[in-house]
Design a protein around this ligand. Structure first.
Ligand code: C2E
Ligand code: MG
Ligand code: MG
Ligand code: MG
Length: 292
């Protein structure tokens, strides 16, 4: 049985695997030209104050609009860009585009927002990183305290000797750093004392199990205590339902992101949501946690 299953599997999956490999190869070629051909776009996912439902920040998330293949998600092309050594240039483009967008929003008189930008280990560890950030801030007259750079524990681990210097430089510029996907890395916690660290983003894998998983609940509560005691703020990621929202609110989490409030959306859609005032709770949430 095992033998024939193997043969079947080979017959069934090998053409699929070949197709996947062909796509990867083609994407690699096309990714090299995507920046020059202006095929990248940013979408923005709102981050809300859990207590009020008010939008306080947005995270810039990258989309590749391929002329033939349509929209491609970062999960597929970011690892490819990393392998090809392109990610650093893409990150720089993203920071530039996000700061430009913030400048337009400020000039248009929209309510003040923080903008979060993901930074790969490769750019974070590059000698030109600090100069690149400083240049974007100057070009777009970006209020630096409204910029949050999201890095992973993996990026911190890779940096070694330059870590202190990089973090001090960001701190002096007034730029905050968030630890993205917090709790999924394999590093020590000592880096949480570094200058510029302002925020922990609780990974969605822990939020997913709330409120029923006792383990996830304990982990999330411990993360919130840790961030509070260190003077950091926490953002919970991947909030998809009201029960998760209620748990996090009650546990003292200040801010959250997730499909419950909004998917990542276009600039026009962000503006529409921001203008939908004076409604303080545009998401129709039950903001008072249910009794019991
Ligand atoms: P991330 O920074 O942790 O971003 C959160 C991801 O979770 C986003 O996926 C977002 O769409 C998704 N998400 C948000 N709310 C929910 C929810 O309620 N449920 C679920 N299931 N998912 C939710 P996206 O946009 O596909 O990005 C995936 C990852 O790609 C990001 O994870 C980030 O690591 C990376 N990435 C995205 N844009 C950039 C970029 O400009 N530069 C770099 N270096 N990496 C980026
Ligand atoms: Mg992120
Ligand atoms: Mg994240
Ligand atoms: Mg994540």
């Amino acid at each position: 049985v095992a033998k024939s299953e193997e043969r079947n599997a080979a017959r069934l999956y090998s053409p699929m695997m070949q197709a996947a490999a062909r796509r990867r190869l083609a994407l690699a070629t096309e990714l090299r030209r995507a920046l020059a051909k202006d095929e990248f776009r940013l979408v923005y996912q709102p981050s809300v104050e859990l207590r009020s439902g008010r939008i306080v920040a947005v995270e810039a998330l990258l989309r590749w609009h391929h002329p033939e293949r349509g929209e491609i998600l970062p999960g597929e092309f970011i690892p490819l860009a990393e392998r090809l050594g392109l990610i650093r240039h893409i990150d720089e483009w993203v920071l530039d585009a996000a700061c430009a967008q913030m400048r337009r929003w400020i000039d248009a008189g929209l309510p003040p927002l923080r903008v979060a930008v993901n930074v790969s280990a490769s750019w974070f560890g590059h000698p030109g990183f600090i100069a690149g950030v400083r240049e974007r801030i100057a070009t777009w007259r970006m209020p630096s305290d409204r910029l949050l750079l999201e890095i992973t524990e993996g990026a911190i681990l890779q940096l070694g000797d330059d870590l202190q210097r990089t973090m001090r430089a960001l701190h002096e510029m007034g730029v905050g750093v968030a630890i993205d996907d917090f709790g999924t890395g394999y590093s020590s916690l000592s880096y949480l004392k570094l200058p510029a660290i302002a925020c922990l983003k609780i990974d969605q894998s822990f939020v997913a199990g709330l409120p029923d998983s006792a383990n996830d609940a304990a982990i999330v509560e411990a993360m919130l205590a840790l961030s509070g005691n260190l003077g950091l703020y926490a953002i919970a990621e991947g909030i998809e339902n009201e029960a998760q929202h209620a748990f996090l609110l009650r546990a003292g989490c200040a801010e959250g992101q997730g499909y419950l409030y909004s998917r990542p959306v276009s600039v026009a859609e962000v503006e529409r949501m921001l203008r939908r005032r004076p409604d303080p709770n545009p998401f129709r949430l039950h903001l008072v946690p249910p009794a019991g």
